[in-house]
Design a binder for this molecule. Structure first.
Ligand SMILES: NC(=O)c1ccc[n+]([C@@H]2O[C@H](COP(=O)([O-])OP(=O)(O)OC[C@H]3O[C@@H](n4cnc5c(N)ncnc54)[C@H](O)[C@@H]3O)[C@@H](O)[C@H]2O)c1
Length: 347
């Protein structure tokens, strides 16, 4: 079933993945996009600069926890699908302030689900059957993968950080709305995304910007933690493929089978920044091991073979090329970096 001519509501569409998804929808489909985003410290109009004037894109600044605003948005725009990305997303912030993660990722998701269910129940029968609520969770809900293990759709929820626990709770709420009210819920669990416009608090942009400034590069513990890197554009293509083809209650893991240790990633960033800035520096010397993050998951690794077999999706961006492009993007977009960081300071 193709949803290409429909209207979709994206929550969190001014964030890292969301803004990339909005651009993908406008570039690669004929979808009309309603973008509901609170513009927290992590959401930025600057990330949407090319699409703010596009007639197929409407940005509504508001909170998923605002039941009346969500209901009004649904009544006004009548979407045939929701892709729910809005969240607090940074593990370290969740360790410092767990309640704000419960507020957005659990309570906010619950309010959104309730408003969407109310809207969905009043749709004509055919539209109800075709409707999808695509809940974007994370591979972090499965906890730590053992050496050699990859998470699958059968993996059990075992979250270890307050962030992962709040996402797991959001997943369970979404599942319950499917079971209790029949809302056609689909779940996606992507692995670690990277690419342009990711907030500078996250590992890859943080290291690029610190390396460029010649500052110490703090690496947690021994640095041998493994993450399965997925380019944000590959993630967005996967989300659209899932939206197009998934049946209610299905779960899809999304990953590109590119597991690397953090230390390797940081060392490669050093080499790329050395090369781009061409200043005869050796930035690997800036790597500084710092005290480990509590509850730190040792390894994430994702088996995306179900997604690859049920849809035509394949990851297209190899990590070495994607990382090179990402380093170049950050070094050439100091305007975006300044806008994002100044917003945080002014709050
Ligand atoms: N980035 C990753 O590596 C990754 C991997 C797997 C899953 N995810 C999930 O994908 C989603 C997007 O991640 P991201 O990295 O783009 O996050 P992000 O922090 O860059 O963006 C989150 C967006 O949500 C918005 N938002 C926050 N609270 C809101 C609220 N109450 N109402 C409306 N909008 C609100 C923010 O303004 C921001 O634009 C999240 O749900 C995250 O858990 C991310």
């Amino acid at each position: 079933m193709s949803r290409s001519d429909h209207t979709i509501l994206i929550t969190g569409g001014a964030g890292f993945i969301g803004s990339s998804l909005v651009r993908s929808c406008l570039r690669d489909t004929t979808l009309t996009v309603i973008n509901l985003d609170k513009l927290t410290y992590a959401g930025h109009r600057e990330s949407l600069s090319e699409v703010l004037e596009d007639p197929r894109h409407t940005l509504i600044v508001g909170d998923i926890s605002d039941r009346e605003l969500v209901a009004q948005t649904l009544r006004d725009h009548r979407p045939q699908a929701i892709i729910h990305l809005a969240a607090e997303s940074h593990v370290d912030r969740s360790i410092a302030d767990p309640p704000s993660f419960a507020t957005t990722n659990v309570l906010g998701t619950c309010v959104l689900l309730e408003a969407v269910t109310d809207y969905w129940q009043k749709l004509p029968t055919d539209d109800r059957a075709a409707f999808r609520f695509l809940n974007v969770s994370t591979d972090e809900v499965f906890g730590t993968a053992q050496p050699g293990e990859q998470f699958t759709e059968m993996s059990l929820l075992a979250p270890n950080s307050p962030y992962a626990a709040s996402k797991a709770a959001g997943e369970l709420l979404a599942r319950s709305f499917g079971k209790t009210y029949g809302l056609p819920v689909v779940t996606a669990n992507p692995s670690n995304n990277y690419g342009p416009r990711q907030h500078p608090e996250k590992l890859i942009p943080r290291m690029i910007l610190a390396a460029a400034r010649g500052e110490p590069l703090p690496v947690f513990g021994d640095g041998l933690y493994e993450r399965d890197w997925l380019h944000v554009e590959d993630c967005c293509r996967a989300l659209l493929a899932i939206l197009d083809q998934a049946q209610p209650e299905e779960r899809y893991l999304v990953g590109a089978n590119q597991c690397l240790q953090n230390l390797e990633v940081v060392a490669t960033i050093c080499d790329l920044v050395d090369e781009f800035l061409d200043d005869r520096s050796s930035r690997r010397e800036l790597i500084a091991h710092v005290i480990d993050r509590p509850g730190h998951d040792r390894r994430y690794a994702v088996d995306a073979s179900v997604l690859r077999s049920k849809t035509s999706w394949q990851p297209q961006i190899k990590f070495d090329l994607g990382l090179r492009e990402t380093v170049g993007w950050y070094l050439n977009h100091s305007d975006w970096v300044s806008a994002v960081l100044s917003k945080e300071i002014s709050r």
